[in-house]
Structure formats: structure tokens, C-alpha cells
Design a protein around this ligand. Structure first.
Ligand code: PHE
Length: 342
């Protein structure tokens, strides 16, 4: 009989309840009148009279143990305790998920672009994301009533004087020219903002890398060579470039930069829309007005500038078809770049 009581006591002490159902099972087994403990009390009558007293004590102790445990179980369930002891390490548990981070594809792309231009003497410059009208527009030769200044493109923070989120990182180049002397060879990567509806192809926040080279005798040929060098280093050694005439207020002449489609080798695919070429940015010779605005003598110096969208380049390189993926932080997307070498 003693062993039976001892075994029950151990069972009671070891019991754990993680929900109401288990608590009820405990109650039925050890507390209710028909419980095993209750039945032991019924057996009193079969115990020899001289042993009844001590047996009664043992049973009462068991009953108290059960009741104390019951209170304890109720209290821990109310606390939301799941019975897990954090001090106990269970080496048999399977390891938790692999939560290793990865470098964001835009960071990889930016770093690669910067690294290529650093090799040919470009440094990196940064500037504020909140800009005044002068650095974002006026110094860059935007006429007073140019449509790009209007609300549809620019997020204005204040009017008169105009303060806005920069619409391109050309604003950084103005700051570099104002604060330094040629020769200037600088690359300005950064976040830019335009008031555009978000879709697979457009976003109101995106990233650019702009480049600026100012020195004596900088020519359009230098611009072309620099862009060809970059395109081959980044997209592959057989890449060809094409410059199409275009317009920007701050460059003259201006051009759009296309590269030969490296996905189909110019045979035609849906990325290059069967033209064999894909556009990656704009470029041109710095307009003399811009140099003058930045206190650089256009008679002595010339320069070229170019600008590229980092998202666009990353999308081409990694064949990403939706711009929104860059900002959604979906781990399934991001972890694909874990092994990308930069
Ligand atoms: N700033 C231009 C843009 O944001 C790109 C550009 C830079 C074009 C430099 C020409 C020269 O679209």
C-alpha cells in the first residue's frame, strides 16, 4: 500500500498541464471524489485498526499534495506558462531555422558599380536627401518653369523657398563642384524620390549612381570610353554600348545610354523588347552654365556626367521582374542573394 501511495505522489508532482483539458484530467484523477485518492480513503475500512491512524496521515498528506499541485497548475495556466523550463537545455530538439542574413541585391549592385569606378580614379560623394531648389534644380540649369519642378514629380516639403526630397543625386555633384576644385572625379550613389505611382516598373523611392568628371580637355570620347569600360566590367566583356541623342537641362549634348542585351546576345528577347538593346541611364557633357553656377570656369574646364538607376541595373543583372520586391523584405526573395559574390 505504501508503494502505491508513493507512486501516486510522484505522479502528482511530475504532472504538468499546458491546457484546461489536462487540468481537468488532473482533477478527475487526483481531486474528485471518485479519484484514485478518494478510492484510497474508501480502503480505510480494510486496514488493520492499529495502522489506521498512520495510514490516515499518509492519505491526508497525499490529498494535500494533490490539492497544492492543483492550485499550482491553475496558477501557472493563468500566467500562460507552458511548462517549459528555459534553464533546461534539450539537446534532442531539432535545430532552429537557418536565419543567416544576406546582403541586399541593391547593396551588392551599388558596391559593384562603385568598385568598378574606383579602379579608374573615382571617389564617392554623398549629400542630403532633403535638398533646396538651388542644388536640385537651379544650379543644374533647370529653367524656372521646367515641368520636372512641378508637384507631379517632386515631393516638396516647403514652398518659398522650395525645399524638396531630391529627385536625383546630381544635387550631390553640385555640392562637390561648389566645394572643390577640378580635377573632379566623383561618384554619387544614393536614394532619390519622385512622385510616381508604385508599380512593377516604377517606385517613388529608388536609387541612383551618378558620375561626374571635370578636368581640362575632358571630351565626349572620354565619356564614351568610360561608359564602355564600365559596361564591359559590369555586364561582361562582349558588351557593346549605344548612345542615343536626348535632353537634360544640365548636359549638352545629352544622350541615353543603351547596352547590348546580354541576356539574348542581341537575338531579341522580352527584356530588350526584341530590339537587342536595353537602356541603363543618361549622360552628357556638363552644360557650361552648370560649371559657371558652381564657380568653375567653363573656358578652362569641361566635364561629363552620367546617371544610372541602381534598381534598373540590378533588375537586368539578376532578372528581377518587379521593382517592388526590393522593398518588401520577403526573405524568400532576399535569401537568393546569399551566395552572390561582391
Ligand atoms: N540626373 C539624371 C536623372 O536623374 C540622370 C543624368 C545624370 C543624366 C547625369 C545625364 C547626366 O534622370
Amino acid at each position: 500500500m505504501k508503494e502505491k501511495v508513493e507512486a501516486l505522489k510522484n505522479e502528482i508532482l511530475a504532472f504538468s498541464a499546458t491546457n484546461q483539458n489536462e487540468l481537468e484530467q488532473f482533477r478527475l484523477r487526483f481531486i474528485s471524489r471518485k479519484s484514485v485518492v478518494g478510492e484510497l480513503f474508501n480502503e480505510m475500512k480494510n486496514v488493520a485498526p492499529e495502522e489506521r491512524k498512520s495510514f490516515g496521515q499518509v492519505l491526508n498528506e497525499l490529498k494535500n499534495t494533490a490539492q497544492d499541485k492543483f492550485k499550482e497548475l491553475i496558477a501557472s495556466l493563468e500566467k500562460g506558462d507552458n511548462g517549459f523550463d528555459e534553464n533546461v537545455i534539450d539537446p534532442t530538439l531539432p535545430p532552429s531555422d537557418d536565419k543567416l542574413g544576406s546582403i541586399h541585391p541593391l547593396t551588392i549592385t551599388k558596391a559593384r558599380i562603385v568598385e568598378i569606378f574606383k579602379r579608374i580614379g573615382f571617389n564617392v560623394s554623398e549629400g542630403p536627401e532633403i535638398e533646396d531648389d538651388w542644388h536640385n534644380f537651379s544650379a543644374l540649369n533647370f529653367p524656372e518653369n521646367h515641368p520636372a519642378r512641378e508637384m507631379q514629380d517632386t515631393f516638396f516639403i516647403e514652398k518659398d523657398p522650395d525645399i524638396a526630397l531630391r529627385t536625383h543625386t546630381s544635387s550631390v555633384q553640385v555640392r562637390v563642384m561648389e566645394n572643390g576644385k577640378p580635377p573632379i572625379r566623383t561618384l554619387s550613389p544614393g536614394r532619390v524620390f519622385r512622385n510616381e505611382a508604385i508599380s512593377a516598373r516604377a517606385h517613388c523611392v529608388f536609387h541612383q549612381v551618378e558620375g561626374l568628371y571635370i578636368d581640362k580637355n575632358v571630351s565626349f570620347k572620354n565619356l564614351k570610353e568610360t561608359l564602355l569600360y564600365f559596361s564591359r566590367e559590369f555586364f561582361g566583356k562582349d558588351t557593346k554600348i549605344r548612345l542615343r541623342p536626348s535632353f537634360f537641362p544640365f548636359t549638352e549634348p545629352s544622350a541615353e545610354l543603351d547596352i547590348s542585351c546580354f541576356l539574348c546576345n542581341q537575338k531579341g528577347c522580352n527584356i530588350c523588347k526584341y530590339t537587342g538593346w536595353v537602356e541603363i541611364g543618361g549622360c552628357g557633357m556638363v552644360d557650361p552654365n552648370v560649371l559657371e553656377n558652381c564657380k568653375i570656369d567653363p573656358e578652362e574646364y569641361t566635364g561629363f556626367a552620367f546617371g544610372m538607376g541602381i534598381e534598373r541595373i540590378a533588375m537586368l543583372k539578376y532578372q528581377i521582374n518587379d521593382l517592388r520586391l526590393f522593398t518588401e523584405n520577403d526573405i524568400r526573395f532576399l535569401k537568393q542573394f546569399r551566395s552572390v559574390n561582391w
